[in-house]
Write a protein that binds this ligand. Structure first.
Ligand code: IPE
Ligand code: IPE
Ligand code: MG
Length: 248
């Protein structure tokens, strides 16, 4: 029996978010430069995207580069940006063949020009696909996103377009980068670190968190399936008591 057969197809998370971590350590363990780990991380992205799509996940959001990652050595930042451009170009046909709609969140204006252009082209050329939405978080951090949201709301209040008394949770959500995406039900982080590192703070309010020691370049389809199975074995109570959510 394959691991994917153990997944209850009726209860697959609609949206899975992943903090892809451990590329550098993976490379260092093989005596390679950190960037070699990032290159191998691309196969894990492909593998995860196909696995998610296979079991019916509709939204996959990958933390690819955080606001804080700009503070890494310049050579590593450059290598990551180059890798992004090359990967977007080489994977475009495959994204289209597999019905993948590409999306991006983050401070995209801070990306180098060629990255921004290639990204926008890939987003435009996959915009008609509807099997799965792949969102890349690039130059993203949740606090940056929230500051941007507050500035936008404050401006709308200043111009009289919004009455502060009318601000609801949904009003905030309309000004986050993730507008149009459902909240992730499952957040996966690889490499053994157990922290959020400024990812999707608002959106993961009730996500199930799943941590695995697998380093990102080693992450395979079965690792995603194992995360989904673990998710399905949890009881999501949303503040209620067990008898209310799983009546015996
Ligand atoms: C994740 O791997 C990729 C990015 C953050 C861009 P790391 O590069 O953080 O790898 P480690 O955590 O140093 O092993
Ligand atoms: C988080 O990983 C960011 C991404 C996966 C893009 P980091 O490796 O940058 O996070 P910290 O520094 O360990 O928290
Ligand atoms: Mg890391």
């Amino acid at each position: 029996m394959e691991l994917s057969d153990k997944i209850d197809r009726a209860r697959v998370p609609r949206h899975i978010a992943v903090i892809m971590d451990g590329n550098g350590r993976w490379a260092q363990r093989q005596g390679e430069m950190r960037v070699v780990g990032h290159s191998h991380g691309v196969s894990a992205v492909r593998e995860t995207l196909m696995a998610a799509s296979e079991v019916g996940v509709r939204y996959l959001t990958l933390y690819a580069f955080s606001t804080e990652n700009w503070n890494r050595p310049q050579a590593e930042v450059n290598a990551l940006m180059d890798l992004l451009v090359r990967t977007l170009m080489s994977e475009l046909d495959s994204l289209n063949e597999n019905g993948v709609r590409l999306n991006a969140i983050g401070d995209l204006d801070s990306l180098p020009g060629d990255c921004r252009e290639t990204l926008q082209q890939a987003i435009d050329r996959t915009s008609m696909n509807d099997r799965i939405t792949l969102t890349l978080a690039l130059s993203y951090s949740a606090r940056w996103e929230m500051v941007r949201m507050v500035r936008r709301l404050a401006e709308l209040v200043r111009t009289g377009d919004i009455d502060p008394a009318d601000i609801e949770e949904t009003t905030l959500e309309e000004h986050l980068c993730t507008i149009g995406l459902p909240d992730p039900e499952l957040l996966v982080r690889t490499s053994g670190e157990q922290r959020i590192s400024n990812f999707l703070l608002w959106q993961i309010a009730y996500a199930e968190l799943y941590f695995t020691d697998v380093l990102w370049p080693d992450f395979k389809k079965d690792d995603l399936f194992a995360a989904i199975i673990a998710y399905q074995n949890r009881e999501r109570r949303f503040g209620k008591i067990s008898e209310q959510v799983s009546p015996q």
